[in-house]
Design a protein around this ligand. Sequence first.
Ligand code: KG4
Ligand code: ZN
Length: 357
Amino acid sequence: MRMLGIETSCDETSVAIVLDDGTVVTSLIASQIERHRPFGGVVPEIASREHLAHLMPLVTRALADAGLTLHDLDGIAVTAGPGLIGALLVGVAAAQGISFGSGIPLIPVNHLEGHIYSGYLRLESAATPVPERFLSLVVSGGHSSVYDVQRDGLVMINRTRDDAGGEVFDKVAKFIGFPYPGGPQIERAGSGGDGSRFDLPIPTFKDESLDFSFSGLKSTAIRLARQTGLADVAAGRDGEEVPAVLADFCASFQKAVGDQLLDRLTRIWDRLLEKDDEPPAELVFAGGVASNGELRERISAWCDRRGITIRLAERRYCTDNGAMIAFAGWQKWGSRDRFDSRRVRAVSRIAAGTETF
Ligand code: KG4
Ligand code: ZN
């Protein structure tokens, strides 16, 4: 059984074919990063136009690479939200057209659910079985949440009250002059830096909330960068050695993001242990920020200390991709009759686990 996955919610056009056991047959990504870079962030209008230009050629190429035709497909999974509305519309309209023309069922997928399950996806081999229950920490450019995922639905345990984790990587990086997207730039510049040189805050709330909050960290880091003479210091330095103060700043910032992720995970875990005799045994770490090596190591070590099995999304499946959408589509395969392909619509803001597509 083969599922075509289509992802166009932001700045990557991606198409994949994934078998029902999670084997990835082919996974193609046309990244638009270079097109958005001059603007320091994603420009929605450009994103839509790029998706329009690249999506159908990618579908054709994915089928050709796999030696298949449309009629060899059993299902089509498409990201229906959340995301940029114009970008989503390109994917949804294309998927609807293919589905309507061929009679292949269409499954609308929540982009966040793509990330949530992506820790179980493996390149070119069968996926790791998805357990009855697991926790999933998704930190991307638009979202930061921990989910308690169960067969009959998922519960969002926390969320960010303001900026997303990846968003603050991007904004702080932009201030010091790194090109978009800033996460990988900060990681590279910070490697070898002293992460304890600058003390950056972990926010807490009076109401004991477990939510994330990254905007205070962003403002403090930007103020610190200004005071330390780091505003725009990285602009045009491509390939040059990173000054020690910049390396220390990037390492300290990255450490502060990790400190907050671990602080929230610890409090969430302690609360679960209090009320749950059988807490989840596995934790997925996914989303663009989960490609960060230091954060992967710290979260893995945190899991090891508690006897939790860590399921790190493979790096290629951390940032947006069609394979995770096809795989999430397989998780919903049993309920495919509920979706009328002609009625599926794109929704720009929608939480994981809610189905009003
Ligand atoms: O999941 P994703 O591709 O898109 C969204 O759904 O938002 O995540 C993109 C985000 C960007 O903010 C990018 O800076 C961040 O992931 N990111 C990283 C790293 N690689 C990508 N953040 C920290 N360290 C990285 N190595
Ligand atoms: Zn994403």
